[in-house]
Design a protein around this ligand. Structure first.
Ligand SMILES: [Zn+2]
Ligand SMILES: [Zn+2]
Length: 161
């Protein structure tokens, strides 16, 4: 799968803001895109495309999954939406205005630690200096063990996961 071009994040606080941004970029505000924005603004947490297509457990109308993917990609390209992956799970989509923190995920208990990007800048600087590589933790969070799991004995069978 290719990684789509992602625009700089747009700080849209309302559906009107988001629609105005789409129009500025010459993009049509179709019924499907409006419903997608309504879903993302109504969501309490990042959602998979399947959850979006299902209409937030029936709170909103259902959508066609292929069109949800296409419109998510379009909104991501203009910076309104971001997606990331938690472990082996599907991509999770959220408004870029809400998804401003970077994540550390425990691969044993699935605990998620959200940190401000500035807190990871020293890590990025070190990787840049040592390996001439720009590390990014937005698309794939840092995976490891939380403090509780790191101090607990390994569970049987964990190597199989
Ligand atoms: Zn992805
Ligand atoms: Zn843990």
């Amino acid at each position: 799968m290719t990684i789509p071009h992602v625009g700089p994040p747009v700080d849209a606080q309302t559906i009107d803001d988001a629609e105005a941004h789409l129009r500025e970029r010459g993009m049509r505000v179709s019924t499907a895109r409006r419903l997608l924005l309504e879903t993302l603004f109504a969501a309490e947490r990042p959602l998979s495309a399947e959850q979006i297509a299902a209409g937030l457990d029936g709170r909103l109308p259902r959508s066609d999954l292929a069109s949800v993917y296409r419109n998510l990609e379009a909104l991501e390209q203009v910076g309104l939406v971001r997606h990331f992956h938690l472990g082996h799970g599907p991509g999770l989509y959220a408004l870029a205005s809400r998804q401003t923190q970077e994540l550390l995920v425990c691969e044993r208990c699935d605990a998620v630690l959200a940190v401000d990007p500035g807190e990871l800048d020293p890590v990025r600087e070190r990787i840049r200096a040592d390996f001439d590589f720009e590390a990014r933790f937005v698309h794939f969070p840092i995976v490891g063990l939380c403090a509780r799991c790191a101090s607990a004995p390994a569970e049987a069978g964990e190597a199989d996961r």
